[in-house]
Design a protein around this ligand. Sequence first.
Ligand code: NAD
Length: 316
Amino acid sequence: MKVFVTGGAGFIGSHLVDKLISQGDIVTVYDNLSSGRKEFLEQHMRNKKFTFIEGDLLDIECVKKNIKNHDVVFHIAANPFVRLGEKQTRLDLEQGAIATYNVLESMRLNGVKKIVFSSSSVVYGETPPISIPETYGPTLPISFYGAGKLAGEGLISAFCGTFGFQAWVFRFANVVGSRGTHGVIVDFIDKLKRNPRELEILGDGKQRKPYLHVSDIVDGMIYGFEHSNEQVNLFNLGCDSNTTVTHIAEMVVEEMGLKDVKFKYTGGKRGWPGDVPRFQLDTTRMKKLGWKPRYTSDEAVRKAIREILDNPITKN
Ligand code: NAD
């Protein structure tokens, strides 16, 4: 299979590329390196089955030229920083909605009709305290990042309905693991390296979310892609357990071998405006397909902390 991976130099994208290459697929990565790193793909640079293109998804001519002759597109690129929307209100419109449109339109003009999309649980917005199934609605995101993801899903569905595309949309829980360059674990480790006596925790620390290890996300995405065949295949990709932010802080402190660290909470129930403080994804659909994650939420967090501490910019 010839696979085009947008955002393939990023945290999740580079793990996906490792897995696709190990399966024998031919892979093209298209990435502008805004938050991704070429080092994450170093191991493939001499492989004849691998091509790296440094390009921006907002440059539609460049996308059109390079997307030709692929069987499927894994569209993973996006602005990964949920908090930025508060300061830059156009960012997710461009990096979420318009970038996704450019990918879809380039696919249409070149006869590529299969797309796999990394969406997010944030499309659900703030929900009642239930395990959220894919059928939950209305989907009313409370962040610009979430709005960008929902717009991306809408455009994908429109290209399916209008031009006969086929899509696999995965709404991810929080993802952690080696090569992680952002998120709560990286933030805590950085802060504790600077000041091992005190840790600032955004919100009240009671935010409770499911965390999935990056190996499970990649595995789940490929499994879902290979085992479902509707026109639009929509899946939550999460686990049935969850972890509080305070517990993540405790695990980071423990793994760094620190003692008597004072936790300083900034207060309020959410980490930042637009943060969904609690959610749980219903994973029945993936289970019915025959897939479940290897790690619980706590196990995934613990494993990710060790991986990131062992090698801050790892290739593992
Ligand atoms: P990441 O920043 O490591 O990866 C994003 C990649 O996209 C980077 O390599 C970046 O350079 C590239 N990119 C961004 N804008 C681009 C553009 N305009 N043109 C070309 N390349 C561009 O982030 P990640 O955590 O690996 O996230 C990957 C995907 O998964 C994103 O779509 C993100 O929204 C989604 N997601 C991530 C999480 C998580 O917890 N990490 C949760 C839910 C969804």
